[in-house]
Structures are given as C-alpha cells and as structure tokens.
Design a protein around this ligand. Structure first.
Ligand SMILES: [Fe+2]
Length: 114
C-alpha cells in the first residue's frame, strides 16, 4: 500500500471517530446521558491515533515531501494549524475528563456512611 493510500485510509477512520464524537456532542447538548468512558475513549483515540500516529506521519514524512510541490506550502501551513488546534482541544478534553473523574470520586467519598 502506498503512503498516500495509507494516509487516506487513516482519514476514513478519523471521519468515523469524528462522527461518533459529533453524536456524543449532540447527545450532551440534548441533555442525554453519555457515559464518561465513551468520551474518554474518544479522547484517547484523538491523542494516540489521530495526533500521535496520523499527524505524526503527516508532519514527519508527508508534509516535508510535498511542501515544495505546486502550492502545497500554504495548505500544509493550514493543516499544521489544524493539527495544533486539535491537539489543544484533545488536551482540554483530557484535562476536563480528569477533573470530572476526580469530582465524582470526591462525591462518592463524601457520601460514604463509614
Ligand atoms: Fe490527515
């Protein structure tokens, strides 16, 4: 499989993750219950698959090979900004999940009868 085909296959997986994340977001905004574990799994996929693995391949191999071709330099700059934005969103999501889990743990401790 070519490197380009490999990256395109990653994009198919990333769109699936995006659709699942969107569904979770829609449910949250509709005040429907979304298990915290589902959001946690999505955040791990974003950090480890999307950012570390896929964006790593693009930034370390694909972008350096293509930036000199035609007008790709401007597109690559936009992609790098998108990657950084996604990285920051993933960090915020992970941080908020940690806070939520700590608060739930404290609530459980405070409600103990012993
Ligand atoms: Fe990509």
């Amino acid at each position: 499989m070519s490197s380009t085909k490999n990256l395109k296959n990653d994009h198919i997986t990333i769109r699936r993750v995006r659709n699942i994340a969107q569904k979770c977001s829609d449910n949250l905004y509709s005040n429907k219950e979304v298990p915290l574990e589902h959001i946690e799994i999505i955040s791990v996929i974003i950090e480890e698959f999307v950012d570390d693995f896929h964006h790593g391949k693009e930034e370390q191999a694909y972008f350096p090979e293509t930036k000199e071709k035609d007008d790709y330099a401007e597109d690559i700059h936009k992609f790098l900004i998108e990657h950084e934005l996604g990285r920051r969103i993933a960090n915020m999501l992970r941080r908020e999940i940690t806070v939520l889990k700590e608060n739930r743990s404290k609530d459980k401790d405070e409600n103990k009868c012993y």
